[in-house]
Design a binder for this molecule. Sequence first.
Ligand code: ATP
Length: 256
Amino acid sequence: MDTILSVKNLKKTFDGITAVDGCTLDVEKGTITGLIGPNGAGKTTLFNIITGFYKPDSGEIVFKNKKIDQLPTYKITHQGLVRTFQITKALNRMKVIENLMLSPKKQTGESLIWPIFNPKKVGKEEEEIRDKAMELLEFFDLMELKDEYAGALSGGQKKLLELARALMTDPDMILLDEVFAGVNPTLSNKLLDYIKELRDDGVTFFLIEHDIPLVMEACQEVYVMSEGKVIAKGEPEEIKNDQKVLDAYLGVVHEG
Ligand SMILES: Nc1ncnc2c1ncn2[C@@H]1O[C@H](COP(=O)(O)OP(=O)(O)OP(=O)(O)O)[C@@H](O)[C@H]1O
């Protein structure tokens, strides 16, 4: 197997609370890998460290054979590792297509000086971004909603838009933090089908999810975190029958 992301002995403390406590795990390329665990286990903090929103106190993160744990978020995005974001109030007031076109961060047009010297290049880039946005709208069956305001979309459609926004940067790996929460079963199945299709195209997914049956259906491998540490790793079937995992959910403390 080919490891795309490797987390080694990661630690993060907030004012005396140890959120991540020596977490070690590997995600294999081209998989949908799950991360489960009881509330407060440190899952979201781990994702925030991986994507550069928090710096770890110690430990190492390697993505595509490069150390990324000291990089700012935008540089991690440029390396091909992204997470999805909820559509903010400001984005709700923009059209679906605008939400997508605003997403990439590598546009030459963002520099104030560059367009003056090279307007043709900027025009071409904008065209490419529009093409990419249209391709994603087509893929996610959102074309009819292209000119709707994002705020008018249903909860499930917003999740598709969040995923489409993440894909605008052509990532190799996407972290999903509870994207299925509150999505109705029909759209949830659709979202999972899209994720599987993208996985088959080579995108790697690492997802936090509380819906255990969904994790069991979607993931090849599952990590279980409790109290900042990985306490189990395996195929869904193995995890389901692991006593340590059942105990962690029931709040049983293991010494040592
Ligand atoms: N910015 C922060 N400041 C202080 N404490 C924090 C911060 N972020 C997380 N924590 C604490 O770190 C611990 C782990 O939280 P985290 O949100 O990572 O867990 P989680 O596994 O994602 O939980 P949930 O499943 O409930 O979302 C908790 O005790 C939380 O209160």
